[in-house]
Design a protein around this ligand. Structure first.
Ligand code: ACO
Length: 380
């Protein structure tokens, strides 16, 4: 019999899987820090690329370091024509997360694997992945509509360029700024499912493109990154302010989950949802309110009354979908956008894992039979 040293917890709830200095969450107080800095500060004063640098390299960049990092990323934004050709072979009906997982893995075909203790290889892989993932998401979106991919615009920063490649329109500065904050808010969140997936893959010492591809596959599920898309579908279903209350009653009566609510760690309102709600208000004030926002606020009010005592509050996905919709982004791109941001956290954990690596190999509690007879085919 295999010895077990601790209690089995489904979903590994509460079991530490690593030691990490990348981010910190206090789910009771609603605190999220990246490298010790509160996300409220980073979203007020920093940018997504500065945050990515902080997460991956462990400290805020100097002005010169940030400039070099931004320039490096700008230089590597384009994707090889052969990767574009491969992407053109994806069916236009494919979910963009499947296309992203395929194209992220395809990077490994083109960038030769080198020793994982080579700092230049690590630096280049980080830059390439951060630079090319947004281009691949936008390229697939154009291709599935029968268009050529839009070439990155060297005059636009990371967030603005992505919106440009998606819409072929230079975004308003407020739109770009809000989108950049959304990326910062989604950049990292301790050992969530996709990050754990990235760490397990990293622990085998495979290449970083495989690490990112496995994390993208994990993020795609509706209980993780897929929830913001589900929130929008739910609001479309509800359709009017009057329908909010009966809709919630019905879900609760049938013990169904309300998308965009609840979190394994937060038992108060997710601090990212708080910031996103503020951004949504700013955006809606500027561009005009619509019934989706009104329905969302009403939904939050009703759920707080009914499920607040169980610690069920809005999570990051609840307001992000509303913001993206207002920016003109189709709902099936919400999760790929989450991936664009979370790549920063995955890469930070990849580097941290490499520094202290031991391959993940947990144990199990066997519940099957022993000495079972082999039954010949004709007797089954
Ligand atoms: N709506 C209604 N009830 C809920 C919800 C919800 N969204 N979330 C949790 N609950 C209830 C459960 O029914 C359960 O009640 P019970 O104890 O009476 O049976 C209790 O709260 C605990 O729920 P679990 O599912 O056990 O909590 P867990 O920590 O495993 O799940 C999860 C967390 C997956 C996020 C869950 O809250 C959920 O499915 N939410 C909806 C999907 C979603 O929004 N996901 C995005 C998460 S954030 C992210 O990944 C970026």
């Amino acid at each position: 019999m295999t010895a077990t040293f601790c209690e089995y917890k489904p979903g590994l709830e509460g079991i530490p899987a690593t030691k990490s200095s990348i981010s910190f969450v206090d789910g009771q107080k609603g605190i999220l820090e990246y490298r010790g800095i509160a996300i409220e500060e980073l979203t007020k004063q920093g940018s997504f690329l500065e945050t990515a640098y902080l997460l991956i390299w462990g400290k805020l960049p100097s002005e010169q370091q940030l400039k070099e990092f931004q320039n490096d990323i700008l230089y590597h934004r384009r994707i090889k024509y052969r990767i574009r050709d491969m992407m053109k072979c994806c069916p236009e009906t494919a979910h963009p997360m499947d296309a992203l997982q395929t194209s992220a893995a395809a990077l490994g075909l083109f960038y030769a694997r080198r020793a994982l203790d080579d700092p230049e290889y690590i630096r280049k892989a980080v830059v390439r992945i951060l630079a090319k993932i947004p281009t691949m998401v936008a390229a697939f979106h154009q291709m599935r509509r029968g268009n050529d991919a839009i070439t990155p615009n060297d005059n636009l920063d990371y967030a603005a360029n992505f919106l440009y490649m998606l819409t072929e329109r230079e975004p308003h500065p407020l739109e770009a700024q809000i989108f950049d904050v959304c990326l910062t808010l989604h950049a990292e969140h301790t050992i969530n499912a996709s990050t754990f997936s990235a760490m397990v893959t990293a622990s085998t010492l495979t290449d970083p493109y495989a690490v990112v591809a496995s994390a993208v596959g994990t993020l795609a599920g509706p209980l993780h990154g897929g929830a913001n898309e589900e929130v929008l579908l739910m609001l479309e279903n509800i359709d009017s302010l009057e329908n909010v209350e009966p809709f919630v009653q019905n879900l609760i009566a049938n013990k169904q989950k309300i998308m965009g609510f609840g979190h394994r760690v937060y038992k108060v309102k997710d601090p990212r949802a708080r910031i996103l709600q503020g951004l949504a208000e700013k955006l809606f004030d500027q561009t005009g309110h619509d019934r989706y926002y009104e329905m969302a606020v009403e939904l939050e009010r009703i759920i707080e009354g009914k499920l607040g005592q169980k610690g069920i509050y809005p999570n990051v996905d609840f307001y992000s979908g509303l913001v993206y919709r207002k920016l003109g982004i189709p709902s099936d791109l919400f999760t790929p956008i989450f991936a664009i941001a979370r790549v920063a956290g995955w890469l930070a954990h990849w580097k941290e894992q490499l520094a202290v690596n031991r391959i993940f190999r947990p144990t199990q509690i066997y519940t099957g039979e022993h000495n079972a007879p082999y039954i010949p085919m004709e007797e089954r």
